[in-house]
Design a protein around this ligand. Structure first.
Ligand code: ATP
Length: 338
């Protein structure tokens, strides 16, 4: 730490699930149009942001020498890179470029990635330290990386007193990834286009889920490639599900959950079929693959039922989590917190 003042914010950011994931055919540009109902769940990553400024360094000229570094605590999951490809740093660089502070290129070392100032290598400028603690399963269809990008955008906007309007943050988010605009807002939303067009949805249903974690990642790109080889699914509309969310009745919701990527994910990871069946055998109201998988979701009647279900299927998964939804959006608190 330098001698100047340090300011710290803590961002708690939730994972997402898709209650409906309708996928259209591959477009000429390689993307797929989707119609998806997304919801955040109470499984969180934490991004700690610390701005270290030398005395008298609040001057905009000093901010132009901003440096951002990242360290990652991957917890019990697979090691997540702290290099420039980490989506939290990708988002930080987008924001820095937009604000005209620091540089837009990254260079990493093991355990720490530095977004270089792009000036003369002078280290006297301010430093923003990002420290990410992972809890959201990685490459698991729960948008963990996108959530971390959203945490960086929302948190750094505040830490650097940038005061960007929500629509500006949304546009920066869409440049980082399809799920990032939703992750910036959280809650329950309908996303269309490639997923970046996000509309808030009225929801009166609190749901409780068992999240069945498979630590062996499944690449989203591989799942989409397998999807492209299959007969296209019948076109679907999320309207029934959107109506069910307004009722507050979990029994109305259960039969309407749908994921068009599920057949492709199951073909790539056949064990998913029997694990899904186990969730249903043990009383889940519905069971489906989360996003591109391999995480499985079991819908429970209430919180106690979710705990019972989690215990019953625990031996089928690398880990099980009990979560509720919706879980709001990125939450910023001042100070390092707990
Ligand atoms: P989605 O549901 O959006 O497809 P996912 O949950 O399947 O995402 P992520 O956990 O976001 O997948 O990880 C996808 C890839 O992104 C991984 O291979 C990982 O190495 C990389 N990645 C980059 N930044 C992060 C991050 N902050 N957290 C996790 N993975 C990251």
């Amino acid at each position: 730490m330098g001698r100047g003042a340090a300011r710290t914010l803590r961002v708690h950011v939730p994972a997402k699930i898709n209650l409906h994931l309708g996928v259209g055919p591959r477009r000429p540009d390689g993307f797929h149009d989707v119609a998806t109902v997304l919801q955040t769940v109470s499984l969180f990553d934490t991004l700690l942001l610390t701005l270290q400024e030398e005395p008298h360094a609040a001057h905009p000229a000093a901010r132009r020498r901003m440096r951002a570094t990242l360290t990652v605590d991957s917890g019990s999951g697979p090691a997540v890179s702290a290099g420039p490809d980490n989506l939290a740093l990708v988002a930080a660089r987008r924001l820095m470029a937009h604000l005209g502070i620091g540089g837009a290129s990254g260079g990493g070392r093991t355990g720490e990635a530095a977004t270089d100032t792009g000036t003369d290598g002078d280290r006297a400028g301010p430093t923003t330290r990002l420290h990410l603690t992972k809890r959201i399963p990685v490459a698991a269809g729960m948008a963990g990386g996108s959530a971390d990008a959203a945490a960086a955008l929302v948190g750094l906007n505040r830490l650097w007193d940038a005061d960007l309007e929500p629509d500006v943050l949304h546009d920066l988010a869409a440049l980082v990834g399809s799920d990032v605009p939703f992750c910036v807002e959280g809650g329950t939303a309908l996303a269309t286009g490639t997923g970046t067009s996000v509309a808030r949805v009225l929801n009166r249903t609190v749901t409780h889920w068992v999240v069945g974690v498979d630590r062996e990642p499944l690449s989203t790109a591989d799942v989409y490639a397998r999807f492209d080889d299959l007969e296209p699914p019948a076109p679907s509309s999320p309207d029934g599900l959107l109506q069910a969310l307004r009722t507050g009745d979990v029994d109305e919701l259960a039969p309407l959950l749908r994921n068009d990527l599920e057949p492709a994910a199951v073909l790539l990871r056949p064990a998913l079929a029997e694990r899904r069946a186990a969730l249903l055998d043990h009383g889940a109201l519905a069971a489906l693959v989360s996003g591109s998988g391999p995480t499985l979701l079991g819908l429970a009647r209430d919180a106690a039922d979710a705990r019972r279900l989690a215990a019953a299927v625990a031996d089928r998964f690398d880990a099980v989590e009990v979560v509720s939804a919706p879980a709001g959006g990125p939450e910023v608190t001042v100070g390092a917190g707990t």
